[in-house]
Ligand binder design. Structure first.
Ligand code: PEP
Length: 254
């Protein structure tokens, strides 16, 4: 399956910085067709990047959204607003949303249902924290997150869902020297996720669902991680802020 490489810029980059990234990035990857590429800038850059990415293969994504279409939800952005920006993707359930903003699986499930209702594709993030890993609960945590977040989702809707396995202990939080999961650990997590998806849906859905890895992916480790059989791409935070390093990661996705 064609790999998907997504950039999560988090709360970084002005509109001007976003545009200069895109101009530089487009020049470097112009002949690259091996991977689908999604850029998820902050909300403030969506409108401008949506124009910049017209007629380009690079897709636009948001980092979060509310589940209601409109209403008295100060500070929130609705799925309709993302459609208005011509966003194709939205990241849901990122660990920073879960940990810092107390998002629960229940809330994330409501957001998933709303995103699908409006035809958005989504990247659902799951993954265990360090305490859960050290107490041997990784599989239990991942399975619960999948079952709760994908409640009432049907097989056809699964075509629009990419799962991002992001072990929280591997996320860089801006530290370029932070260690990613080993390719073996990441592969084990992905394999387990694929099995859970098979049990929840069927073999075909499980085979065709993209499961991408996130957590300190960088040019130095992209090739080895992306060459693992169950790793179908990457969600990249810190290393996606630089056009050259993000392009190297995209090029590593053969
Ligand atoms: C992330 O938080 O989604 C992420 C993958 O971050 P980083 O690449 O910086 O570890």
């Amino acid at each position: 399956m064609k790999k998907l490489i997504a950039a999560n810029w988090k709360m970084n980059k002005s509109v001007e910085e976003s545009v200069s990234f895109i101009n530089e990035f487009k020049k470097i990857i112009k002949n690259e067709k091996n991977a689908d590429v999604v850029i998820c800038p902050p909300f403030t850059a969506l409108a401008t990047l949506s124009k910049e990415l017209k007629n380009s293969k690079i897709k636009l994504g948001a980092q979060n959204m509310h589940f209601e279409d409109a209403g008295a939800f100060t500070g929130e952005i609705s799925p309709l607003m993302l459609k208005d920006m011509e966003c194709e993707y939205v990241i849901l359930g990122h660990s920073e949303r879960r940990e810092i903003f107390n998002e629960s699986d229940f809330l994330i499930n409501k957001k998933i249902i709303a995103a699908l209702k409006h035809g958005l594709k989504l990247i659902l993030c799951i993954g265990e924290n360090i305490e859960q890993k050290q107490s041997g609960k990784t599989n239990e945590v991942i399975e619960n997150q999948l079952k709760n977040c994908l409640k009432n989702i049907d097989k056809i809707q699964m075509e629009k869902i990419t799962i991002a396995y992001e072990p929280i202990w591997a996320i860089s939080r801006g530290n370029p020297n932070h260690k990613a999961a080993t390719k073996e650990d990441a592969e084990e997590g992905h394999k387990f996720i694929r099995n859970v998806v098979e049990n929840m849906f069927d073999k075909n859905i499980s085979k065709n669902t993209r499961i991408i890895y996130g957590g300190s992916v960088k040019p130095e480790n992209a090739k080895e991680l992306l060459s693992m059989p169950n790793i179908d791409g990457g969600l990249v935070g810190n290393a996606s802020l630089n056009a050259k390093s993000f392009a190297e990661i995209v090029k590593a996705a053969k």
